[in-house]
Write a protein that binds this ligand. Structure first.
Ligand code: AMP
Ligand code: MG
Length: 354
């Protein structure tokens, strides 16, 4: 399949006429049952018509993803939630007022209009209204209901730049919309509103603290935070290995001095054994590590920068053929919780305390 690459310039209000036309064309592809990858404020998505079971099957095939891993339905107007959810609780309206458009996904009872192919066989549906102008325009042009998982091959880090979408998806989808670098860099927060109290199934930019301010008690059901998983995950997708670079990744926990000492000792040893070593580091630790490739992904005072750079760093280690990677660890509060969640999954829960 020939993949059309559509470039949309960022940082400008509105679209040019040529861009409008291209987005209309991309929308038509979705309406006709094809796939289009596009930028959102979180990561790039791989979009198909959420109401067309054939489109969802194509999404699974393009990603090489198991089909019991449910897809998030993206809408561009709040009122469209009523077409895909059987019931919209008061909590959903409150959350939408506070966080939509934005990086929050809600799990609601599924309406019959949404095929089981889209929800991975579940009787619930995941809904999100993104804020990225290109995403919103494309959803509108694509018929209003776009199922879109992250636009990476299953198991790889989610793409935060179009070049990684092209790497994974060229030849597998009809079009890729290149809208530059995404803003947040981690996937949306997922909150299940079909249970009481509501449960966070995946931490993200909208933190537990922010949700609790509106809803009262909110639980966390995050099997990724414990190696054993604590029983069956509520979200089928959570059982799969995620975000992993090709090299082996290990998270190192401890005081900064001990982490650096451990990493440097191990890296020297592994290099001598012929491995290519890498470190995921914060700016505070500049100059403290010795390894082949050191990625400073941001400052601890600015966790947003860490979130934005994490997935690209994981991909870059692949580009540079790094075989063993050590990462600093992050807090389990606020945005640090989402960062640590992705990192632990990428590391397959290899954590070492020093
Ligand atoms: P991704 O599209 O790659 O960001 O991942 C989507 C994730 O959303 C899935 O892997 C699930 O964890 C979650 N999800 C989607 N729909 C549902 C649902 N109906 N119930 C629970 N979790 C869901
Ligand atoms: Mg994904």
């Amino acid at each position: 399949m020939e993949t059309e690459i559509i470039r949309i310039e960022q940082g400008r209000e509105g679209f040019t006429e040529a861009e409008e036309e291209a987005l209309l064309r991309a929308g038509r592809i979705i309406k006709e049952g094809g796939l289009v990858a596009f930028p959102t404020e979180t990561v790039y998505g791989l979009g198909g018509d959420a109401l067309n079971p054939g489109s969802s099957r194509k999404i699974y095939a393009a990603k090489g993803r198991p089909s019991d891993n449910p897809l998030i339905v993206h809408i561009c107007r709040f009122k469209d939630i009523y077409a895909i959810a059987r019931r919209v609780p008061e909590a959903a309206v409150k959350l939408a007022e506070a966080f939509w458009p934005g990086p929050l996904t809600m799990i609601l009872p599924r309406s019959e209009r949404v095929p089981l192919e889209t929800t991975g066989g579940l009787d619930t549906v995941a809904v999100r209204l993104p804020s990225h102008p290109v995403a919103r325009k494309l959803i509108e042009c694509g018929g209003g209901y776009v199922a879109a998982p992250s636009a990476n091959l299953s198991g790889k880090p989610s793409p935060t730049l179009a070049k990684y979408v092209i790497e994974d998806m060229e030849g597998r989808v009809e079009a890729i919309v290149d809208g530059g670098e995404v803003g947040i860099g981690l996937e949306s927060t997922i909150v299940d509103l079909t249970v009481e109290p509501p449960q966070i199934l995946r931490p993200g930019y909208v933190t537990k603290e922010k949700l609790e301010r509106l809803l009262g008690q909110v639980d966390t059901d995050d099997p990724s935070m414990s190696p054993e998983g604590g029983g069956a995950p509520r979200a089928p997708g959570m059982k799969y290995r995620h975000y992993a670079p090709r090299g082996s990744l290990m998270v190192v926990e401890g005081t900064p001095e001990r982490v650096a000492a451990y990493v440097n000792r191990q890296a020297a040893f592994q290099r001598a054994a012929g491995e290519k070593t890498g470190v995921i580091a914060t700016e505070e630790m500049h100059g403290q590590y010795g390894a082949d490739v050191i990625k400073y992904i941001g400052s601890r005072d600015d966790e947003e920068s860490i979130a934005r750079n994490l997935f690209a760093a994981l991909r870059e280690f692949d580009d540079e053929n790094v075989t063993i990677i050590y990462s600093e660890s992050f807090s389990s509060e606020g945005l640090g919780q989402a960062i640590m969640n992705r990192l632990l999954k990428a590391a397959g829960h290899q954590v070492i305390q020093v």
